[in-house]
Each structure stands twice: as C-alpha cells, then as structure tokens.
Write a protein that binds this ligand. Structure first.
Ligand code: ADP
Ligand code: MG
Length: 318
C-alpha cells in the first residue's frame, strides 16, 4: 500500500476529535479549563520490545499502552495520541489492518482516539513511536519528586510477569502448564496499565512512576528525584502464581522479578494509607504496600531483615 492509502484506509477510521480526519497538516487539542495537558512519548522496536512474530494487534496495543502507563502514573486521564510508524517492506496490508484493529480495541477500552502521526518506510526493524496526551486537574500532575520520609510505598498489579514471558520466549527451561505459560506471554505482549487508578493517584500520591525499567531501578529514580531513601520488603512485592511457578520463590527469584522491567504498572508513595486502599477498591485495581520512605538515599531490598544484593537494578537500552 502507498503511504496515502495507508493513512486514508488504515488510520483515518481511528481518528477522533481535533484530528480533522487526518486530512490536515496538524491537529488541535482544545484546552479543558481547570486542567493541565500532560504529554508523554515512548517508542517500541522489533527485537527489543516485541518480536516480529507477535500478533500485529498486540504490537499496536503495546505501543499505545506503554504510553498510557506514563499518563496513569502522572494522575492524568488519556484523551488522544500521535502515531509515528516506520514500516519495513515485509509489512502487508493485512498486517496493517490487524494492527489498526488492535488500536481500535484499545481506543474503545481506554477512551482515546488517534490525533495524527507520520508514516515512513524503513530497511531497519519495525519501530512504533506513540505520543500520548491526557488531562489532569490543574497543578495535580504527580511528579517523581514529592516522596517524604514516613510515606508508604505501593505498587499496582503484579511485578515480573512480562520478564517471565520474555524468558519463556528465550527458551528458558520451565515446567509450567499451558495456562501459566499463556498468562506470562500475554503479560509480555500486552501490558495492563492501571488507567482506572490515575485519578486516585492525582488525589493521594506524593510521588509516582510507571515501572518500565524495573521496580528497583524506577523506585531509585523516585528516591533520587525526591531526595529520600527507600526500604522495600522484598517478600511483599506482588508476584503472580505463574511467575512463582516459573522462577520459584527464593531471594534470587524476587530480585529477578524486581529488576526485570517491562511491567507498565505504577509504583508510588502516599501518606494516607486508608485513602489509598479505599481508592484501590473503588477502582478495582490491585494495590500492594511494599515499603517505606526514609531519610537518606537509595533503595534497599530487605528479606527477613537481611539486605538482598541487587547487581543491576533494571533494564537499560544502552
Ligand atoms: P505532512 O506532509 O504534512 O507531514 P503527512 O502526509 O505526513 O503530512 O500526513 C498527512 C496526515 O496524516 C496528517 O494529518 C498526519 O497527522 C496523518 N498521519 C500520517 N501518518 C499517520 C499515522 N501513522 N497515524 C496517524 N496519522 C497519520
Ligand atoms: Mg508527515
């Protein structure tokens, strides 16, 4: 398909308010009085964040969701996104239709629409960059800086599942049943960012981050930005039954989960424990208290009072 056919036939049906049907040079985002516009961008690439053999629909949804997790972490409600895609020659029109169907499903699930983008050819790997927009009540964006000694530390969902799915793809030995294997691979292909919890974070979190590099690394970013230290109860880090079956339950397994990355859950700090747990119940989002903010610096992982050694705290692209 030619570039203009791709835009008109594949992407225009996904376009929403302010996009002018993808028939103009630029798009508009109308201001919402009383709200700040929150902007974030993240790209995913074949061989790094997904495999070429992954379904086109889950590649599309992962590209969108790794951005929506940033908005959720900042307390923002998503509204729209830009899509910048570089297509290798191997991409077929059926692949593009499946890709668009994945976007359409997530647009319906998360209440977002396509605002615009750019379409190019590449001789390199398939890469997809999304820029996402959301609104947060004015002055309420949750920063990395803001954690205070005495705050509790929390994380949404479970940690390490995506890393487990990736390990299975890399042919790590395992004795999982089909349901466990599928669960972990699904978590690798399709992150489950806690969008329903964004508003609660804006109301109650003192600092927040989406967990992309690894729980320890990302909490390290929050600790550094806030000028505090953190103590994590390693045993409290929420891990799924499937991940425990894959990696066992020993200290090495916990460290591996806490450093695997690609989770797209949200780690945050807050002072009012009851408000956090009530909001979690109302939003039907799993939230687990995993530690405490203290004075000092750095993130320490404690298991039965013993500090666990962490070689590399998370994933690095370089
Ligand atoms: P320009 O030459 O002005 O950059 P383009 O031909 O690149 O225009 O794009 C035309 C329209 O199609 C614009 O509205 C642009 O936002 C939209 N568009 C192009 N590629 C994509 C894409 N991958 N996803 C969404 N919109 C796109
Ligand atoms: Mg262009």
């Amino acid at each position: 398909m030619h570039e203009f056919e791709i835009i008109a036939e594949i992407f225009a049906p996904l376009a929403g308010e302010g996009s002018f049907g993808l028939k103009d040079d630029a798009a508009l985002i109308a201001p919402h009085p009383g709200f700040d516009l929150v902007v974030t961008t993240d790209a995913i690439a074949e061989g790094t964040d997904f495999f070429a053999f992954d379904p086109a629909a889950t590649i599309a949804r992962k590209a969108l969701r790794v951005n929506l997790s940033d908005l959720a972490a900042k307390g923002a409600a998503p509204i729209s996104y830009l899509l910048n895609i570089a297509l290798p020659p191997s991409i077929t029109s059926q692949w593009l239709r499946d890709f668009a169907q994945g976007l359409k499903d997530d647009q319906a699930q998360f209440g977002v629409s396509l605002l615009g983008g750019d379409t190019a050819r590449t001789d390199g790997p398939l890469s997809i960059a999304v820029t996402a927009f959301g609104f947060v009540p004015q002055g309420k964006m949750v920063r990395r800086a803001g954690a205070r000694p005495g705050d509790a530390i929390y994380v949404t969902g479970t940690i390490g599942d995506s890393g487990g799915g990736l390990a299975i793809f890399r042919r790590e030995k395992h004795a999982l049943d089909e349901a466990q294997r599928t669960y972990l691979i699904d978590r690798y292909r399709l992150p489950q960012p806690p969008l329903r919890f964004g508003a609660a974070l804006a109301a109650h979190a003192t600092a927040s981050i989406d967990v992309s590099d690894g729980l320890v690394a990302d909490l390290g970013h929050v600790a550094a930005a806030s000028g505090v230290g953190m103590i994590i109860d390693a045993a409290a880090i929420p891990r799924s039954a499937a991940l425990r079956a894959l990696w066992d339950d020993d200290p090495a397994a916990i460290v591996r989960a806490a450093t695997a990355g690609d989770d797209y859950q949200v780690a945050f700090t807050a002072a009012d424990h009851n408000a956090v747990m009530t909001a979690a119940r109302d939003a039907a989002v799993t939230v687990t208290r995993i530690g405490q903010v203290e004075t000092g610096k750095g993130v320490r992982l404690l298991l039965n009072g013993q500090q666990l050694a962490v070689q590399t705290s998370g994933y690095s692209h370089f």
